[in-house]
Design a protein around this ligand. Structure first.
Ligand SMILES: Nc1nc2c(ncn2[C@@H]2O[C@H](COP(=O)(O)OP(=O)(O)OP(=O)(O)O)[C@@H](O)[C@H]2O)c(=O)[nH]1
Length: 306
């Protein structure tokens, strides 16, 4: 029997078992439930029966603790599991219509690759990520459901430090729902500048695409948020998404000096090819005012700037 997220929340106490992980040959992994008090502190008014299943993922290997590296082409970021870092924990909430791939993205973040394990997996993931050579702790909440109680939806809208709004590029209705959710979020957090990334998932399903990249990008420009297309099935852009959300949070929460230092470091590490591309882009944009909209919509693609 397949349980929906609501059922999973209600059945929490029955399901507090360890969670299976894909084993890297040289890594040993364990998982443990996170104390309910931690979630209570994140969602203070939550009732016990509605607590999401919260799983802390910890990986380690002898001689190299807490390093579960993602295969990265950006060499300056890794994601490891287990948030043993000191300092702030960022709460990131996944929103979106049913079946758009929220749980699939969350499971990749949580290091769970076997989709058949999904009912055993927790729907909240607590991990440490290293982005731009600095560690951050993320708790990712995959607890959103359209038919959740209004109260639980309100909690989701209030609790996040950042939001990932997912739609499926093969489902126009889910794209429209994403806009609604953006409006709902804006209403709930009126005066706050919260990082939001709009995600067009299932980009691998080329033939059944109903929402173009341009439509997704234009929507992000209108709603003043970032935009990326992903494929959870192919793991395409998933790492970029989670690195991006960390950068977006830092850009708002950390001091200007910290962000300037990170920017300088990342520019130093940038390849000559990338530098040249960026320079030419700026040059062309300057010379062509018609490019103004394109430039803006282009920047919604860049998850490393505001
Ligand atoms: N082809 C393809 N299928 C995907 C992708 N992401 C998710 N799916 C499939 O889409 C279906 C729904 O994915 P979920 O991750 O359960 O979606 P969800 O948004 O969490 O759905 P709810 O739990 O109902 O809210 C599953 O069959 C996934 O295997 C993707 O990037 N590409």
């Amino acid at each position: 029997m397949t349980l929906n997220k609501g059922d999973r929340l209600r059945n929490l106490d029955k399901r507090r078992s360890s969670m299976p992980f894909p084993m890297n040959q040289h890594l040993h992994r364990r998982s443990m439930p996170v104390d309910e008090r931690e979630l209570k502190s994140a969602m203070p008014t939550l009732q016990l029966g509605e607590l999401p299943n919260l799983v802390r993922c910890t990986s380690y290997s002898p001689g190299e603790q807490h390093r579960d590296r993602w295969v990265s082409d950006s060499s300056d970021s890794v994601i490891s599991s287990g948030s043993d870092t000191e300092g702030q924990v960022y709460k990131v909430v996944l929103l979106g219509e049913q079946a758009v791939g929220k749980s699939s993205l969350a499971r990749i973040f949580g290091g769970i690759e076997d989709t058949h394990d999904c009912e055993e997996a927790g729907n909240t993931y607590d991990r440490s990520v290293i982005v731009d050579e600095e560690e951050a702790s993320i708790v990712l909440y995959d607890i959103w459901e359209q038919d959740n109680s209004r109260w639980l939806q309100d909690q989701c809208m209030k609790m996040g430090d950042a939001y990932i709004i997912v739609y499926s590029v093969t489902d126009k209705a889910s794209f429209e729902k994403a806009s609604e959710l953006r409006i709902q979020l804006r209403r709930a957090r009126q005066s706050e500048d919260i990082p939001i990334i709009l995600v067009g998932n299932k980009s691998d399903l080329v033939r059944s695409r109903e929402v173009s990249v341009e439509e997704g990008r234009a929507c992000a420009v209108v709603f003043d948020c970032k935009f990326i297309e992903t494929s959870a099935s192919l793991h395409h852009n998933v790492q970029a998404l989670f690195e991006g959300i960390v950068r977006q949070i830092r850009l708002r929460k950390d001091s200007k000096e910290d962000n300037a230092r990170r920017m300088a470091n990342s520019k130093r590490r940038e390849s000559i090819g990338k530098k040249a591309k960026r320079f030419l882009g700026r040059l062309v944009a300057k010379n062509n005012k018609k490019m103004a909209f394109k430039q803006k919509s282009k920047s919604c693609h860049d998850l490393s700037v505001l």
